[in-house]
Design a protein around this ligand. Structure first.
Ligand SMILES: NC(=O)c1ccc[n+]([C@@H]2O[C@H](COP(=O)([O-])OP(=O)(O)OC[C@H]3O[C@@H](n4cnc5c(N)ncnc54)[C@H](OP(=O)(O)O)[C@@H]3O)[C@@H](O)[C@H]2O)c1
Length: 337
């Protein structure tokens, strides 16, 4: 069985394909033949050694993979051989609000992840995928899909007709745009690229802003919402964007703090939140139940996640480099055969 390994801190160049020995399953474990793995910005962070949790030994990277059950332990009740599955980002966060115990491991972060021909996971870390969904589309959902869902539909008081501001056109934001439109929300999108903005309009974005040409894009968001502001902001920018996001959100609205593509840090003046009852909410992906809800919604709404490029397994390093270049729109996927 082939797998990629990486010692966090070595960078993308440290990614190497190795032969891994197979081991027998324990009672409640499932062996999954992986068909597709989707990359996230977080995988670059892990490679760079800047992820939230540190490890001393090489790990199999990547959290998001889809595949087929090829063997089930004797105690497994939720899956059978032949079932098509995706893995949940946090193997121990099944439901409810988060806790230290539930997020103690994250696939491809401090424990082995999905960039391998086969993986072994506890049955409770897996979710069924419906027959209508292919492996590539399914692989996009565990991190980017669940994070966007949690931000827009779980941690915010979103109602049909509300407006959502999505920053940039990476994996979280484009899936957020697709889900927001399918749920009847108005979508405002920012990007550094007019061409990418054109593509978001094709996906149903109501208003688009080039943040390079319009550095004070928060004022444009206020204009586009009749002075009210967006009800939810999917804040992936970090220190370079968070204060503009606070300015762009409506009274009583939510800035869902997700990422830091411009770096983490900066300061938010609490006074800017008080009289307008604005909420800042931290988002850390989500639970298996949220992943099940995302799969159900994406399937029912016939959403086809935007996949920019699919790389073959032997070009995993190229897939990482492409992601790092920032030229992608939506998701980058590695097909595993
Ligand atoms: N907290 C969590 O649970 C969680 C989960 C998933 C992701 N994240 C974080 O969320 C962020 C996005 O993740 P991703 O996987 O969607 O990344 P991604 O696919 O690499 O997309 C990043 C996008 O951000 C945009 N961007 C870059 N600089 C920007 C800026 N100054 N202002 C606005 N947009 C900017 C770019 O869009 P354009 O090319 O259109 O300009 C770029 O394509 C990362 O920081 C990631 O670590 C956190």
């Amino acid at each position: 069985m082939l797998a990629y390994q990486l010692l966090p801190g070595e960078g993308i160049e440290g990614l190497r394909c190795v032969v891994m020995p197979e081991r027998p399953l324990s009672l409640c474990e499932v062996r999954v033949k992986v068909h597709a793995v989707a990359l996230n910005h977080r995988d670059l962070t892990v490679a760079a050694g800047n992820y939230l949790v540190a490890v001393d030994d090489p790990i199999i990277p990547c959290s998001d993979g889809a595949g087929e059950v090829v063997e089930a332990g004797h105690g497994v009740t939720r899956f059978r051989v032949g079932d098509r599955v995706i893995a949940s980002f946090f193997p121990h966060w099944h439901d409810g609000v988060t806790s230290q115990d539930k997020i103690r491991h994250a696939l491809g972060g401090d424990v082995d992840g999905m960039l391998a021909q086969e993986v072994i996971l506890d049955e409770n870390a897996l979710v069924h995928i419906p027959p209508s969904m292919d492996y590539v589309d399914a692989a996009t959902l565990p991190c980017a899909g669940v994070t966007a869902w949690n931000a827009i539909f779980v941690s915010s008081h979103t109602r049909p007709g509300d407006s959502v501001l999505l920053l940039g056109t990476g994996g979280v934001s484009v899936l957020g745009l697709q889900m927001a439109r399918a749920a009847g929300l108005r979508a405002i999108v920012t990007s550094s690229s007019d061409e990418k903005l054109r593509r978001t309009r094709e996906l149903g974005a109501h208003h688009t802003i080039n943040y390079r040409h319009t550095p004070d894009w928060h004022e444009e968001v206020l204009k586009a919402t009749g002075g009210l502001g967006a009800n939810v902001v999917v804040e992936v920018g970090g220190k370079g964007t968070v204060n503009r996001s606070v300015s762009a959100v409506a009274m009583g609205g939510t800035v869902a703090i997700i990422g830091g593509v411009s770096g983490f840090g900066g300061e938010v003046n609490p006074a800017t939140l008080v009289s307008s009852a604005k909420r800042l909410v931290g988002i850390y992906v989500g639970s298996r139940t949220m992943l099940e809800d995302v799969v159900r919604f994406v399937s029912a709404a016939h959403i086809e996640p935007v996949v920019d490029r699919v790389f073959p397994f032997h070009q995993a390093q190229d897939a990482y480099s492409y992601m790092e270049s920032g030229s992608h729109f939506g998701k980058v996927v590695i097909a595993v055969h």
